[in-house]
Structure formats: structure tokens, C-alpha cells
Design a protein around this ligand. Structure first.
Ligand code: LLP
Length: 416
């Protein structure tokens, strides 16, 4: 089933819930996740990989949607969890994820993070160079499984801010350095190298670079575990085409069958392709103005939708009250933050936009909430999960009191 439907009266619904009603009840901006859609994509990945390579594990790149509910759902659907730092680790543990299924990444890990990870007994730590080895060596008093992150040296042909596979990447080690490190650790008493990790980038719409990358890491040597990363792109706007999960898994496992040891374990860690299309962001139109262009200004923007600026993502917006109507207006759909770069959709096609309308940006389930911030005093939006017409609050909206609290340690008048 599709995650959104248009009701007979023309209103948009998600997971069976009316979007304008959600906006009234929970306020805007608001992230809405179609829970069923999310679970279906998790199963598609899980079953698809297991069918092709039984000794495998799909790991949710939780940075794409770090909300407790998503960790709980991923765990229930049989996925592992990839965390990019202590905060995400705490969320995974809080959700009750088996520590053995948690993997920690990072190119600048702290002692604190590594200590928390070791204490929790997580399954794998992905090391990103000498510093991680020195820290682990000092912290460990029992064996810890690790993977070494390598740079496969492949151009993923995506936006440069999310390209990580090329030789100039800040993540991982070039293959010869990785090999030297692995060799040195061969008889280490506590740091046990179980395999290698790579991740060539995000929002990749072309399967070829994935195949080249698997070929590159196969050349490093024979290991128990190969973590092939994430990165499959999502369809963001009308006319954009992303490869299917099946086609992506075919590509990876076809190369793996030729070049990786048959008994090795394959891990993958998708984020965006699991959650992007399961979520939308809901805004209220606060101003419609016809000046040099038609400007439709909503009550969110750069503070809750950083990707629009970071990676020039093109979204297709829809007015939830008139989702059945053909667009008749070309407008600049802009946010409320004090930057001209706070442009959500350049040349948006909208159906008679008016102040008070509810605007929905589809396919914003990934990297929206996690990149949200307090720019211009914006409060971080709530996240709501909808399923069969029931809405549940996964994260409540930040309050003004929470926004102010960190500033108040000195007491009133402290800076006078
Ligand atoms: N594994 C590692 C080590 C990663 O760094 C990432 C994403 C993933 C897996 C998941 O990749 P995915 O399947 O989601 O493409 N602000 C950006 C997102 C940055 C991606 C960060 N790394 C954007 O939305 O364009």
C-alpha cells in the first residue's frame, strides 16, 4: 500500500490519518511517519538479503531517523542498529536493542564514546585509524570485535557533500594502510579484527559504483565479515527514479558470489532507502505574497529541513486540503529562517495556495528530524507515527521551557 492516499473530499491522509487534522492536533512543523510503510521496507531489505546471502544482517543506519520508536521497530523487524555516536547508542540501548546487534561508527570517536560502547558490550566497533586503536588498547580488558573502515576509492556519482567512497574521503583508510593496520593487529590480545567496512556515499541512484566498491574491498583479503555500508538513493520528486531494493541487493550479492569467501558474513546498513519515503514534513502556510515572484512562506524551513540546502534535494510539495486538485500556481516555497538559501522548493507547483493551508513535503522521513536545530529560535518539531488511522507521538515538540533551560544556569540577571 502507498503511504499516502487522497480522501474523497480531496484531503491527504498518511497511515490512515488526515494530515490537516494531524497539523491541528500536534502543531507544525511536524514530521509524520507511516509506520506500516517503514516496516514493509525493513522486511523487504531483511527478507531480500537473507534470501540471497543467508549469513547476513541488515543494520539500520539510525542516524537517518534517530527516534526511539524507529529503533524499537527496527529491532522488532529483525534489523541490527548502526550508531554514529554516544547519543544514538543510548537511544538504541533505551529501545532494548540487543547490544550484540549494535555497531559503532565514527571518524573522531572520543574515549567517552568508546567506553560507553565497550561497557554496553556492543557487537562491533568500526575503527577509523590509529587513534581508535590506541584508545581501544587502553580501554579494553576483554576482547572486542572490530571492523576496519576502508576507502574503496570509488566515485559514487552523487552530491559531493554525501560522497565518501573516493580517495580523498575523511572516512576510513586507503586500502594499503588498512592492510598494514590489520596485519599489525593480527595477534592483538583484545582488539579482534573480524573484517572490513566501507560506505561510499548516500543518495546513490546508480548501481554500478556499488559493484565497483564490492570488487575493491574483495581485493583486500579474506575476512569473516564484510560490511558493505548503505547509500541506496530514494525517489524524492516526480520523475526521479531510484533502483529497487531488489536490484540493489542483486548487484551486491552478484559481486559477492564471485569474489567474497562463500562462508563470510555480509552486513549492510541502509538508512535513507528505509525511511525517506515513509515520512513527510507538514507545515502551515503563514504568508502568501506576490512580489518579484509568488512566495509561499511556511512556518518551518532550514531549521527542520537542512537537506534542502545541504544537498539541494528537490521535493514535490502538495497542499493537504487540495491534494486532488491540479496545481495552477508556480511559487517559491520558502521557509521562515533568515536566509535567502532557506528555499524549500524552487518553482513549486501548488493548487491555489492560501495562508492557513497545510503543505506537505513528501519523502522527508530521512535526515530531517536528525538535522533539525534551533536556528532563529525554532523549536524542534514533534515526530508522529501513523498506522491504520491511529497517531502516536514518538517525539514530542520541544517546549519553550526546554529551549530556554540550558541558558538559565546563571539565574535571572546573571549577565547584567
Ligand atoms: N553507513 C554510514 C557509515 C554512513 O555514514 C551512512 C550515512 C549510512 C550508512 C547510511 O546511508 P544511507 O543509506 O542513508 O544513504 N545529510 C545527508 C545525509 C548524510 C548521510 C550520512 N551517512 C542527506 O540527507 O543528504
Amino acid at each position: 500500500p502507498k503511504f499516502s492516499e487522497v480522501r474523497v473530499d480531496g484531503t491527504l491522509e498518511i497511515g490512515g490519518c488526515s494530515v490537516p487534522e494531524l497539523a491541528d492536533e500536534y502543531g507544525t512543523p511536524l514530521y509524520v511517519i507511516d509506520e506500516q510503510g517503514l516496516r514493509e521496507r525493513m522486511r523487504e531489505y531483511r527478507d531480500g538479503l537473507a534470501a540471497r546471502w543467508p549469513n547476513s544482517q541488515v543494520t539500520f543506519a539510525s542516524k537517518s531517523l534517530p527516534v526511539l520508536a524507529a529503533y524499537g521497530i527496527a529491532e522488532a523487524e529483525g534489523l541490527g542498529i548502526d550508531v554514529a555516536g554516544a547519543g544514538e547508542l543510548l537511544l538504541a540501548l533505551e529501545a532494548g536493542v540487543d547490544p550484540k546487534l549494535i555497531h559503532l561508527h565514527g571518524n573522531a570517536k572520543s574515549d567517552e564514546e568508546l567506553r560507553l560502547a565497550i561497557e554496553a558490550g556492543i557487537g562491533l566497533i568500526v575503527v577509523d585509524g590509529e587513534a581508535d586503536i590506541e584508545r581501544l588498547d587502553a580501554l579494553l580488558d576483554r576482547p572486542q570485535d572490530v571492523l576496519v573502515r576502508v576507502i574503496p576509492g570509488v566515485d559514487p556519482r552523487t552530491h559531493r557533500s554525501v560522497s565518501t567512497g573516493g580517495t580523498k574521503s575523511k572516512f576510513g583508510l586507503p586500502i594499503p594502510q588498512a592492510q598494514a593496520l590489520i596485519e599489525r593487529l593480527r595477534d592483538h590480545p583484545t582488539i579482534r579484527v573480524r573484517g572490513v567496512h566501507m560506505h561510499i556515499g548516500s543518495q546513490i541512484l546508480d548501481l554500478e559504483p556499488f559493484a565497483r566498491a564490492v570488487e575493491a574491498i574483495a581485493g583486500i583479503g579474506e575476512f569473516e565479515i564484510y560490511n558493505l555500508g548503505g547509500g541506496l538513493g530514494a525517489e524524492y520528486h516526480d520523475g526521479q527514479e531510484a533502483p529497487s531494493i531488489d536490484a540493489y541487493l542483486d548487484t551486491l550479492t552478484e559481486v559477492a558470489r564471485r569474489l567474497l569467501p562463500a562462508e563470510s558474513r555480509i552486513l549492510i546498513e541502509p538508512g535513507r532507502s528505509l525511511v525517506a519515503r515513509a515520512g513527510v514534513t507538514v507545515y502551515r502556510v503563514n504568508n502568501v505574497k506576490r512580489t518579484a515572484a509568488t512566495f509561499v512562506a511556511v512556518d518551518g524551513g532550514l531549521a527542520d529541513q537542512m537537506n534542502a540546502a545541504l544537498t539541494a534535494t528537490k521535493f514535490t510539495p502538495v497542499i493537504a486540503e487540495r491534494a486532488d486538485r491540479e496545481p495552477d500556481t508556480t511559487a517559491q516555497l520558502v521557509g521562515r529562517q533568515c536566509e535567502s538559501g532557506d528555499l524549500l522548493v524552487d518553482g513549486a507547483r501548488l493548487a491555489s495556495p492560501e495562508t492557513g493551508d497545510t503543505v506537505v513535503l513528501a519523502a522527508t522521513g530521512a535526515y530531517g528530524y536528525t538535522l533539525s536545530n534551533n536556528y532563529n529560535g525554532a523549536l524542534k518539531p514533534a515526530v508522529v507515527l501513523c498506522r491504520d488511522g491511529d497517531a502516536r507521538v514518538a517525539v514530542r515538540r520541544q517546549s519553550y521551557a526546554e529551549f530556554l533551560a540550558p541558558h538559565l544556569s546563571g539565574g535571572p540577571g546573571a549577565w547584567a
